[in-house]
Design a protein around this ligand. Structure first.
Ligand SMILES: Nc1ncnc2c1ncn2[C@@H]1O[C@H](COP(=O)(O)OP(=O)(O)O)[C@@H](O)[C@H]1O
Ligand SMILES: [Mg+2]
Length: 222
């Protein structure tokens, strides 16, 4: 049985893809065979130019494009809207089939979410579901990526509380764009105090590895 870990975050552009690439690269350097999957990517013309292509190259996975993702949309809008505009509705069956494929190929799979935790994937006459449903279908624990700076306490703690309310297990946070300032250190303390979840690692600008113990990181996959 393959193990998985879902990477969500406090929003778009906060570094989910960047951190996911570092996590996979770091674990692969320790000998773990880690794959990547993202159900729906919007705002990219090709797989190579997308989150999946970036992680595939940066983390040295070297996988064929069609095993990395299920849906690719050109428009840089929420997947549910891109799917409507581009007439390519997201199907639960396709996600489950592709998940079977990627878990058959890798003992550990890192799954990146689209946007933040509240992200509609389908909203039409046939079906309605959101990103959180995918996390439930795949039975994955999650990591929350959040920025280090001003405003992050609100986004990080709200994300953790929302996930708790929805019954989605959270392993902890990874804090991105970390400079080590006194405010950032206190943000970490406050996020841990309010959410009762640990900050597992911090990532500085242009870091090329995740500075955390590989055995602890691999134990996050379930
Ligand atoms: N720690 C970092 N150092 C340098 N660039 C970063 C870092 N984190 C994020 N970025 C850059 O910020 C942008 C948004 O990050 P990305 O990982 O794509 O966000 P998300 O996946 O959450 O939408 C990208 O250009 C990415 O390379
Ligand atoms: Mg991304």
């Amino acid at each position: 049985m393959s193990k998985g870990l879902f990477i969500t975050g406090t929003g778009t552009d906060i570094g989910k893809t960047y951190v996911t690439a570092l996590l996979i690269k770091t674990l692969r350097q320790h000998g773990y065979d880690i794959g990547y999957y993202k159900a729906a990517i919007s705002g990219a013309p090709t797989v190579a130019a997308s989150d999946a292509g970036y992680v595939n190259a940066t983390a040295g996975i070297g996988e064929a494009p069609d095993l990395l993702l299920s849906y690719l949309y050109d428009h840089a809008v929420s997947p549910h809207l891109a799917a409507l505009w581009e007439h390519k509705p997201i199907e639960k069956d396709v996600i489950l089939r592709d998940w079977q494929r990627v878990t058959a190929a890798y003992p550990y799979v890192t799954v990146e979410g689209s946007g933040g935790i509240i992200c509609p994937l389908r909203d039409d006459d046939q079906a309605f579901f959101q990103l959180e449903d995918v996390i439930s279908w795949l039975h994955l624990p999650s990591l929350i990526v959040c920025p280090a700076g001003l405003g992050t306490i609100n986004g990080a703690v709200l994300t953790a509380f929302y996930m708790k309310e929805k019954g989605l297990p959270v392993q902890g946070f990874i804090v991105n764009h970390y400079t080590g300032s006194p405010m950032e250190k206190d943000n970490i303390r406050m996020i841990e105090k309010l959410s009762q979840k640990p900050v597992l690692a911090v990532v500085a600008e242009d870091d090329t590895l995740l500075h955390a113990d590989a055995a602890s990181l691999i134990s996050l996959y379930q």
